[in-house]
Design a protein around this ligand. Sequence first.
Ligand code: FAD
Length: 452
Amino acid sequence: MEFDFDLFVIGGGSGGVRAARVAAGGGAKVGLAEESRMGGTCVIRGCVPKKLMVFASSYTGAMSEAEDYGWEVSMGDFDWTKFSTRLNGELDRLEGIYQNLLKNSGVEAFLSRATVVDAHTVALADGTKKTAKHILIATGGRPVRPNESFDTNLAMVSDDIFHMDALPKSMLIVGGGFIACEFACIMHGLGVDVTLFYRGDQILRGFDDEARGLIADMMKARGIDLRVGTNVEDMQKADGGVQVKATDGTEALFEKVLYATGRAPNTDGLGLENVDVELGRGGAITVDEYSQTGQPSIYAIGDVTNRVNLTPVAIREGMAFVETVFNGNPTPVDHDLIPAAVFTQPELGTVGMSEEEASKAGPVDIYSTSFKPMQQSFIGREDRVLMKLVVCKNTDVVLGCHIVAPAAGEMIQLAGIAVKMKATKAQFDQVCAVHPTMSEELVTMKAPVRSA
Ligand code: FAD
């Protein structure tokens, strides 16, 4: 049977673009449809604009520390318009790069929504149909508001943050995951009065307890009104913002409210009922280790499969798909020991098992130290950092590494190599310390602080 394309990709985000251009680079005839902006969540409304906001927000702390170091600093207000104009320019530039990458590798790009018609056919928004030997669904996810008795549309979601006309004076952030915590720190750093409600008993569920505890303490110490065990009971539009009644009995007016309580895979209205593609929890596409769905010609990668929702993972899944389908080399995706960062202030860098997770699996030794870093301790700050290793008692293998510190994201990328190589604690200790640094503690912790 003749097809229009060897591969048709639905979704021009991190995973889709990578798979499309690598397949095309290898000689396949590839089409790709993107309904919004090329680059997807990471480039347009996720990692990239968020990290630029992290940078912008970090100068308040740096300037105040500089003052205590002896600099004369005059700190004015943050000019949101100046920043967001530059930010939009940068996102346009990156979107252009993504468009060119596709063009230069010979991918035919359609700026259109696409839906699945049958195992080998997709339909574009204008009704035209394209056939392909393989279809790759890489439609990502979107932020969702919870179902409540009040109008949650009064609140923003993370996509809206980047389009604010002005910086609000006050903001309530609802949620305790990494997106909620990162935006709480960003907004606080930009000078916004931030309150965070999280209904659970501690933010950053799933991460190492000691690390999340320290981050919560540091966020509070910096002036974020962090309230766990608290949710929104009611919200109403009011003069100057949104009037919010909380489950802890308090009531307050916030200029803006942000819901960062969850994301959903983009499978609604995708035509998947026409094919043998199964949806799992929350509407995520069910795939096997090769990212293949129940319909042999259809594969799915990235956030739409809700495996590990991170950009480098979507990219690796895209590469493994091309290797499997176009290079005749079946390549399962390795989701084990993925290093990750949470860009709070201070940051969290993490790889492998938390103490809680590891101690359920077997006996572990915990090497952990929390201390005032030299740079801040010199000027009398109470900031603390954490360096922690979770070590298997039987094999001495380092099962997890958790760092709470400025630039922990950079540190964990490197520590992640050793953990992925299954280095033992003895091998960590064979490495000479780099002095004076915070991370030297990772190779100088002599005795476990506890066993679990
Ligand atoms: P996406 O990048 O979401 O791309 C999917 C694309 O498909 C979108 O462009 C969408 O418009 C398009 N699409 C959807 N349906 C259709 C259709 N029917 N037809 C045509 N096009 C369609 N990850 C990190 O690794 N580090 C971070 O610091 C980080 N920070 C984040 C911060 C925020 C605020 C958010 C929201 C996410 C963050 N992530 C981060 C996660 C990361 O952005 C995602 O894991 C990654 O973008 C997933 O890539 P993807 O290719 O699966 O989907």
